[in-house]
Design a protein around this ligand. Sequence first.
Ligand code: COA
Length: 253
Amino acid sequence: MSDILTHTDAGVMTITFNRLDKKNSITSSMYAAMADAVAQAAADPAVRVVVFQGHESIFSAGNDIGDFLNQPPTTQESPVFRFLRGIATFEKPLLAAVAGPAVGIGTTMLFHCDLVYAGDNAAFSMPFVNLGLCPEAASSLLAPRMFGYHRAAEALLMGEPFFAEAAQEVGLVNRVVPPTEVNGYAQAQARKLAAKPLSSLIETKRLMKGDTQAVLQKMAEEGASFGRMLQEPAAKEAFGAFMEKRKPDFSKL
Ligand code: COA
């Protein structure tokens, strides 16, 4: 079965991470499948709302580290950037149902969602610094904007997980529910939205979001740094340590 499942029903396209054995970590081909699904959802009038979901035990462990090292995203046409631009410019409502860990892009993609529902086991983290990298998905712009600078600095510089209640407090999450209910709850909300006039949903979102140029620009800027840093010693040490299941040693870096 595919690692990304898409299913459309009653105006709602659901995109599901389906790679539980690898904690729903995301490979380049999964990004390509998600970018294609988002483009299709944008173009298809039968799709009115999109929902991202994972499993009740994990949303996503972020980039697949091995795949990332083999196929680093070097150009703006890389599937990951295509996916990120797709969600950043998506005009219809985007929802996410998050249970368990949401690491890296598992958290940063949520800045581009309109409504986020979380299981009470959700653990959000943006451990880019701990991986010798820098933020992506315009999170260096959107986290300070949403959380306030100091709380964003804590999340992005420390890279430690923060949990459902804290995520709701900083405005990343709309509502916390039991993990077994989060996908169903998001679906019910999505169906309510899908029954509303699409033109009003699109116009309301456009008015709230304003100009997306700054977001796209920050994404490109971060992407250039991220691509460069992936080749540098700190990232090599961090990823090597993950593969060898040991603690990284940054003492000389
Ligand atoms: N890339 C590739 N494989 C990953 C992965 C990732 N990001 N995250 C988990 N996996 C794999 C593990 O290597 C392991 O594979 P194996 O069974 O072949 O050894 C399997 O998924 C299970 O992972 P494990 O770490 O044993 O699960 P856990 O429940 O103890 O912890 C996480 C779950 C998500 C907390 C932990 O896997 C983790 O921290 N992953 C890395 C997250 C990360 O740094 N992402 C990169 C962001 S850019």
